[in-house]
Structure formats: C-alpha cells, structure tokens
Design a protein around this ligand. Structure first.
Ligand code: KG4
Ligand code: ZN
Length: 358
C-alpha cells in the first residue's frame, strides 16, 4: 500500500509518499522560518497564509519525486490536529479534495501519533521496526509527555507538562540570548563549547513522584541569570556556558521523569519494551545520548527516529495513515479539523492542571 501524507499543523508545509514496507519515496519539507524570524516565533496567521500559498506546490512536488502517478496512491492522509487551526484546515481541505477527486480514502491523522509511530517506519536504512508496547517520551515545541504506546491508536498518558513544553523552553532561552529562531538547534550548537556546571539552574519536579514535567521555573531562572550578568552585550563564553547549563538541567529532568515512567511502564508490562524518544527535541544529540544511557542502565533497548524525521515532516503522517490502513478500511471524510486532540482521551481532563492547547 502507498499513502500520500500532508503536514501543515505548525510552521512546516510538508508532503510525502510512503509505502507500507517503510520506503519513503518522497519527503518534501518547506520551512517557514524566514517568514516567522522577524517575530521571534510562529505567528498563526502568517503560518496559515504561507500554507495556503505553498501546499499545492509541495504536494505536486512530492508526487513527482515519488515517481508515481496520483492514481497509484491508495489513500491520502493529513494532519487533522492538534495544531494551529488555519494551517490544519489548509492541509485537511487539500487532502480531502484529492481523495474525493481520485475516489480514494481520506485518513485523519493525529500529529502526535505521527511523531509517536515514526520509530516503526523502519527499513534497511534505519533498522528494525520497533514493536508495541514501548514507553515514549514525546518532546516537541508544543508537547512534553510520557506515554505507553500499545497500538497505532492505543496510548496511555503517564505524565505531561504542567506549563511549558521543552521545545518552547529551548526556543525562549534562545530568544533571550539573542540566538534566533527556532532555538533548539542553536542552543545545542552553542552548548558544545560551554561549561554545563557554571550556572546553577533548577531541575523542576526532579526527585518527585510521577511523570509530569514543568519548565517555566527553569526558563525564569535563565532570564534572571542573564539579568545578573554585567550590562552590555553578552560574551560568547557566557552564552555558551548558559546554554550548556540549560541543556544539562533539561537532560537531568528528562532522565528523572522518564526513569519514573519506566517503573510505571514495567508494572503494566512486566515483559517490558524499549524506550523511545520522538518529536523535534529528540533531534538533540546530547539529550538522545542521556536517554540512551538511561535505557542501557535499565537493560532495555533504546530507539529514536533518524534526526531528519524528528522535526515535523509528512513521512510520519503518511506512515501513521498506513498503520491505520493496515488495521482495516478507513474513511474519515466526515472528520473535521481538531485544534486539540489528545492521544489518550482519558487523560484529557486533569483537575487543577493547566494544559497546553496543543
Ligand atoms: O516536532 P516539532 O518539529 O514541532 C512541533 O510539533 O512542535 O518540534 C519543534 C521543536 C522546536 O521547539 C525546536 O526548537 C525543537 O523542536 N528542536 C530542538 C532541536 N531541534 C528542534 N530542541 C533541542 N535541540 C534540537 N537540536
Ligand atoms: Zn511536531
């Protein structure tokens, strides 16, 4: 089976063609970084407009690159939520129109399921597919969650962030240090030459029970640390040391919370399963190494998507569509875009907790 995937939920316009045996025939990703840079972050209205202008072209390009005709594609999948509604609408309407004109099914894909299932999109290039169940740390610009993944649409959320997502904390740290947008890769780059022990930063919730996260205190301390430095432009060494200290604090928190989640996971699945990290922040090689070391300590396997499939792309959306298609016929033509769409519906409402919109 072959699926065309479309991703437009944030600031990447993407389209890809993927086969059920895990071959990525094309994977077009157009970033809107240039349009959002003057604002230091993603502006929903600017994003929607850019998706509207580019989606048709990117879809055409993905089909051309795949070497196939549209009629050879079995289904069209698009991110139907969660995400910025203007962009999601563009992707869903485009996908539905193609599906209708070709008389093929439309598959509504949850963006988070795309990230969650990418490690199962494996072939000779990426290694063996990861089998269910696994413990997933999903870390992106909008989310920071620990989930048990038991099937393509069976997720149990063990913890989530009470305030900011980790990618957001990376982006805000970069912004405060004048490193630009998106911040994650810039912080990682600067941290390479920094001393991670120079600035004492908090490790929110570390040592506490459970698998929730909190990053707003860490972000605030970064701001206060910058304010306490001598006035004037920041010295490159200060920037390097602060980014390294931030990244180390983030890594300590991720390892601590993931270790607790592994305990909860093994209670439900005594035979165990691997630890998987996915989402944009999973592109960070230092954090990947810390999580891989945790898995090694626990004597379990570790998996992460190849770096270029960690940040938003449409291959993961096509793949999540294929996983659904393999479980039986799908027709989601009646499903409307959903700006909020938790993977674990039972975890949607947690009294007293402030939830991120995405
Ligand atoms: O998954 P993604 O592309 O979009 C969302 O679904 O949110 O994640 C984007 C986030 C951004 O916050 C970006 O700064 C972060 O992932 N990111 C990184 C790295 N590359 C991207 N964070 C830390 N280190 C990186 N190398
Ligand atoms: Zn994403």
């Amino acid at each position: 089976m072959i699926v065309l995937g479309i991703e437009t939920s944030c600031d990447e316009t993407a389209a890809a063609v993927v086969t059920s045996d895990g071959r990525i025939l094309s994977n077009e990703v157009l970033s809107q970084i240039r349009q959002h840079t003057p604002f230091g972050g993603v502006v929903p209205e600017v994003a929607a407009r850019a998706h509207l202008e580019q989606t048709d072209r990117i879809v055409k390009q993905a089909i051309q690159q795949s070497g196939l005709k549209l009629s050879q594609i079995d289904a069209i999948a698009a991110t139907t939520g969660p995400g910025l509604i203007g962009g999601v609408l563009v992707g869903v309407m485009t996908a539905k129109a193609i599906a209708l004109s070709q008389d093929k099914p439309f598959i509504a894909v949850n963006h988070l399921a795309g990230h969650a299932l990418t490690v199962r999109l494996r072939n000779s290039e990426y290694g063996d597919p990861v089998a269910f169940p696994y413990l997933l740390l999903l870390v992106s610009g909008g989310h920071c969650q620990l989930l048990i993944v038991e099937g393509a649409d069976r997720f149990i959320r063990l913890g989530t962030t009470l305030d900011d997502a980790l990618g957001e904390a990376f982006d805000k740290t970069a912004k405060m240090l004048g490193l630009g947008f998106p911040g994650g890769p810039k912080v990682e780059q600067c941290a390479k030459t920094g001393n991670p022990d120079r600035f004492p930063l908090p490790r929110p919730l570390k040592g506490r029970k459970g698998a929730d996260f909190s990053f707003s205190g860490l972000k605030t301390k970064v701001r206060q640390t910058i304010e306490a430095l001598p006035p004037g432009p920041l010295k490159p060494q200060d920037v390097a040391d602060l980014t390294a200290s931030f990244q180390q604090a983030a890594g300590d928190v991720l390892v601590d919370r993931t270790a607790n989640a592994l305990d909860l996971f093994s209670r439900r699945h005594p035979d165990g399963g691997p630890l998987v990290v996915a989402g944009g922040v999973a592109a960070n090689t230092v954090l990947r190494a810390r999580l891989s070391a945790l898995a090694h300590e626990r004597n379990i396997d570790f998996a992460a998507p190849p770096v270029h499939l960690c940040t938003d792309n449409a291959a993961m959306i096509a793949w999540a569509g294929l996983e659904r298609l393999q479980n039986g016929p799908v027709n989601d033509m009646d499903i409307k875009p959903r700006p909020r769409w938790p993977l674990d519906a039972n975890a949607e409402h947690q009294p007293g907790k402030k939830e991120k919109a995405r």
